[in-house]
Design a protein around this ligand. Structure first.
Ligand SMILES: *Cc1c(COP(=O)(O)O)cnc(C)c1O
Length: 343
């Protein structure tokens, strides 16, 4: 199979339409067969549920070319499960797990020429999403839904090396107690846009959101979970019912404990204990881990000892191990890698 003629190393995180996308429709109480299509545009009622009341949720995962030239996805079963959890909370009909996995396989196989070559640092980002498509004017769930999945090649997250970022403690909340912080809903992002724009205007890379109830505990950023390292090398990640359960974070904690033999704690983290950590990072599918060099709490600066030049040694080791698993150079735990059969 010939790859597309793309300058892979210089891709950014932007949408490039590929050859095929997957679409399934829910009507009269059931999902149809679903399948691939060339059509990237969606025609719907001006009164569609998604447009009026934001009834939509999504996922994000990647396909990788491994060192030995296979194409794989990383733990797509967890994306299928999480999409089901998100859908339930938004009264969207569940998209069956096996159908989801089959859709990922079909989509990636059909777009194999768009999977960036091993070693370029680029990857194929896959975006599954579901939304209410039938008209809704009184506040209620839509009767009809669409499940769609497209993919787009994206560049290496860190161009020219991994540079630590400076973040601020946000005065806004991203989630309410008992709200929707733990599902991947578009609405959680809509309200974060103003907050991230304000952070950028003030020269910060990201926001640290605190727990909405007491504002004393660390939650997450708009789109990534936190991971910290203590002086004695323990990995710590905040636990809360309003944090989105990141698959990257769950995988990193597993790798730390079971492959690297580190001590791991998934627990509540007070903002007041952050100055004691020696390394800090953000984790998510896009970058795996991005390092934090400094946290600004309303003018009070917390300098993370690993500094502003590079990622600390413990997070570097963790990141290298997880990307090694994704790229096939480190042996994966059972069931983590799903190989795509390309015809
Ligand atoms: C998607 C997302 C993450 C990262 O999850 P991954 O499964 O690791 O990509 C973290 N926080 C929020 C709010 C998210 O939406």
């Amino acid at each position: 199979m010939d790859k597309k003629n793309i300058d892979w190393e210089n891709l950014t995180f932007a949408y490039t339409p590929t050859d095929k996308r997957y679409v399934a429709n829910f009507k009269n109480g059931a999902w149809d067969e679903g399948g691939l299509t060339d059509e990237p545009n969606i025609v719907m009622s001006e009164c569609a549920g998604v447009l009026q009341y934001a009834q939509t949720c999504f996922e994000g995962l990647k396909a990788y070319e491994t060192a030995d030239g296979r194409i794989v996805t990383f733990r797509p079963d967890l994306n299928a499960d999480r999409l089901i959890d998100s859908a339930k909370r938004l009264v969207i009909p569940e998209f069956p797990k096996e159908k989801f996995l089959d859709a990922v396989d079909q989509l990636v196989a059909a777009n194999a020429a768009w999977v960036p070559p091993y070693g370029t640092g680029a990857t194929l980002y896959i975006r599954p999403f579901m939304f209410g498509i039938s008209p809704v004017i009184g506040v209620k769930p839509a009767d009809e839904y669409q499940f769609r999945m497209f993919c787009t090649p994206v560049g290496p997250y860190f161009k020219g090396g991994v540079k630590p970022i400076v973040i601020r403690v946000s005065d806004y909340d991203r989630a309410a107690p008992h709200g929707t912080g733990d599902i991947k809903a578009g609405l959680n992002y809509a309200m974060s846009l103003h907050v991230i724009q304000e952070a950028h205007d003030q020269g910060f890379g990201e926001n640290m959101y605190l727990d909405p109830k007491t504002r004393t505990k660390v939650e997450e950023t708009g789109g990534a979970n936190f991971i910290f390292v203590t002086k004695d090398g323990t990995i710590v990640s905040p636990k809360s019912d309003s944090i989105l359960p990141s698959i990257t974070r769950r995988s990193l904690l597993y790798v730390a404990e079971h492959i690297l033999g580190m001590k791991v704690e998934h627990r509540e983290v007070l903002l007041s204990e952050v100055p004691e950590f020696v390394e800090a990072g953000l984790c998510g599918t896009a970058a795996v881990i991005s390092p934090i060099g400094q946290i600004n709490d309303h003018g009070k600066v917390i300098n993370i000892p690993s500094g502003m030049d590079e990622m600390g040694p413990v997070l570097t080791k963790l990141r290298e191990t997880l990307t090694g698993i994704q790229m096939g150079t480190v042996e994966a735990p059972e069931g983590w890698i799903r190989e795509i059969k390309v015809k």
